[in-house]
Design a protein around this ligand. Structure first.
Ligand SMILES: C[S@@+](CC[C@H](N)C(=O)[O-])C[C@H]1O[C@@H](n2cnc3c(N)ncnc32)[C@H](O)[C@@H]1O
Length: 227
């Protein structure tokens, strides 16, 4: 019996690529000891050649949520080598194919030029449909996400923890009612996420919040402010 795969409907060469990239990322992570994401120069230096890709089970879950909600406009905070972005683009393309008048758009963000280049190489291997769905914005996302964003269905926060709240506040005005926001590792990095957690769990925040018990915790928020 084959194992469950959320992306069973994706082309085989993309599934194979994802398996290889996850394996490489996992191997790298096993040799990393640091778990405090600080957003300073030492952090950037250490992580310059590291994937830190979203775990495969979380990526599959996110793909399912995206397919269930029909998301076609997606923002990804923290792209690295573009592994999670492939799932987001697969879902956006599949959703747009069955919705009239929708164009898939995944706004990806990466600060390190070498990582952005690796991400583009990985997407190139997926093919032109995936490549053309992704708008990779290179540079500090607190600048690059200031413009040309609207009607966001889904925001993935897979970024150094100090950036999670500023990024959410930047994108929040562009979230559609009912949009999903997901933040990774909010349990294992709870201390560093404290301000973010206080903000989204405040009674009048407009966010409906739950934590899905994947390793490290996966914060799932629905943006449903009262009118
Ligand atoms: C955890 S990794 C993202 C992993 C990716 N989502 C995946 O699953 O493959 C976070 C990434 O955010 C990038 N980053 C850090 N600070 C940034 C900033 N200010 N603007 C844009 N990207 C940034 C880092 O270079 C790193 O590659």
């Amino acid at each position: 019996m084959s194992s469950p795969s959320a992306v069973r409907d994706a082309p085989e060469h993309i599934r194979d690529l994802l398996v290889r990239l996850h394996a490489e990322s996992k191997q790298q992570e096993e040799s990393l000891t640091r778990d405090d994401y600080t957003n300073d120069q030492s952090m950037h230096d250490l992580m310059r050649d590291k994937f830190i890709a979203l775990n495969e089970d979380k990526a599959h879950y996110i793909y399912q949520l995206l397919r269930a909600t029909g998301a076609t406009t997606i923002v990804e905070a923290g792209t690295s080598f573009g592994v999670s972005t492939i799932y987001l683009a697969l879902a956006a393309c599949a959703n747009a194919a069955v919705a009239s008048g929708k164009t898939p758009l995944v706004i990806a963000t990466e600060y390190e030029p070498t990582k952005a280049a690796r991400a583009r190489e990985n997407w190139q291997q997926c093919g032109s449909e995936i490549v053309s769905a992704i708008d990779l914005r290179e540079g500090d996302l607190l600048d690059t996400l200031k413009i040309n964003i609207m009607d966001v269905d889904f925001l993935l926060l897979d970024i150094w923890t100090p950036l999670a709240l500023p990024t959410l506040k930047l994108v929040q005005p562009h979230l559609r009612h009912g949009a999903l926001v997901i933040a990774d590792n909010t349990v294992s990095a709870a201390k560093n996420y404290q301000e973010f957690i206080d903000y989204v769990r405040a009674p009048d925040s407009g966010f409906i919040d739950t934590v899905v018990p994947f390793a490290g915790g996966l914060e799932v928020l629905v943006y449903a402010p009262s009118q």
